[in-house]
Write a protein that binds this ligand. Structure first.
Ligand code: AMP
Length: 191
């Protein structure tokens, strides 16, 4: 399975991505997690990414694309992967198309979690208390939501046109959302 998990900041992508990936025996590739790991290790990539992340801006496409290209070439991604937080721009969509095509495979589905904006802000503020993420402050949350609307939400139509889109109600209990995703993916033929 080659899957993408989309949704606005705080929709629960990361949590659901972990469950879904485990179920299908594929790695969950979270660009946000990879960036954060690099920031905490103080790598060159981390230094580059940190200023963008802290401001709620997107890390430049060239940096992000190269990181994803390297990650999905690792052996554990041979049988597939679930991308969480990528692609986020139209340029990233094109780049991902090239990456997947070069392996002779195709995307199977794009899951979009739909959520209530107000509840999502509440979730993000809660997460800030638990995880201490430096980009979960009021101003930065707003900027991340704005960017999602401008740059990332348009990708939904791109994937809908390709017949790959699966919209799932992301509100309610975590396990209910997981079940909805499984039910929706059940009917997707695996490549
Ligand atoms: P996330 O954990 O997915 O919310 O990502 C946290 C931050 O990492 C984002 O606000 C961006 O600064 C950066 N980031 C993650 N994925 C991408 C991406 N696909 N393109 C550009 N920046 C990204």
């Amino acid at each position: 399975m080659r899957l993408i998990m989309m949704g606005p900041p705080g929709a629960g992508k990361g949590t659901q991505a972990t469950f879904i990936a485990e179920h299908f025996g594929i790695p969950a590739v979270s660009t946000g997690d990879i960036f954060r790991a690099n920031v905490s290790r103080g790598t060159a990539l981390g230094v580059k990414a940190k200023e963008y992340m802290d401001a709620g801006e997107y890390v430049p496409d060239e940096v992000t694309n190269e990181m994803v290209r390297n990650r999905i070439q690792e052996p554990d991604a041979d049988k597939g992967f679930l991308l969480d937080g990528y692609p986020r721009t139209l340029a990233q969509v094109e780049e991902l198309d090239t990456m997947i095509k070069s392996t002779g495979h195709a995307l199977d589905a794009v899951v979009v979690l739909t959520v209530d904006q107000d509840e999502v802000v509440e979730r993000l503020l809660q997460r800030a208390l638990i995880d201490g993420r430096t980009d979960d402050t009021g101003d930065v949350i707003r900027r991340r939501q704005e960017l999602y609307g401008e740059e990332t939400a348009p990708l939904i139509e791109v994937y809908r046109d390709r017949g790959l889109l699966i919209e799932v109600d992301g509100m309610g209990q975590v396990e209910d959302v997981t079940q909805r995703i499984f039910d929706a993916l059940d009917v997707v033929p695996q490549s």
